[in-house]
Design a protein around this ligand. Sequence first.
Ligand code: DC
Length: 225
Amino acid sequence: MSVTSIPVLTIDGPSASGKGTVAERVARALGFHFLDSGALYRLTALSAMKHGVSLDDETRVAELAATLPAAFREGAVWLADEDVTDAIRAEAVGEGASKVAALPAVRAALFDRQRAYRQAPGLVADGRDMGTVIFPDAAAKVFLTASAEARAERRYKQLIEKGNSASLPALVADMQARDARDTARAVAPLKPAPDALLLDTTQMDIESAVQAVLAHYALCQARNK
Ligand code: DC
């Protein structure tokens, strides 16, 4: 099987759109591998913070990204021999990830690593530019959105459930600021691929979104036959 014949389903969209959960469940349903590309940007930011490297030092951050000792094992995320599953989800690391993701050299350093996840029998790739830049030849593409208010509310519930304090208006503002940065950046901005299915999940639960994505994938597969 040549690499380009291995099917890829891309799921892109803004943060807290539910796409991580949807993508993971879709990958499980299809028996495919799963790439959480946002985790690679989060790991890069965390690694820079740990090494005392400034997040706008493009050369040094890109070096860290190129040699990231990252591993995804049994539902946990590792940086060398440290389990950083929870650490990379911290708001400060998410902020840092958004900053390093705007640096072209960092995106270039992570390009091949992301494409290497394309392995039989198939891949579900979750991110911002999976369908536009990393896997433009994907078999099926989905762009998952939800209003900033709905996404802030979901994040708020997650934080409260974990026993953290949170402010809903602050989360809405954060969400809008991060969207603006991710959408306005010069390299690989957050935007749907022209051939992506737009799925607005503001009024949808996770299970309905999973079913909609699986139906779209089946339709694309049938069309390609
Ligand atoms: O999906 P996430 O919240 O874990 O992503 C963290 C940051 O990384 C987010 O600010 C956008 C950026 N990112 C990106 O630029 N390209 C990707 N393919 C995935 C994430």
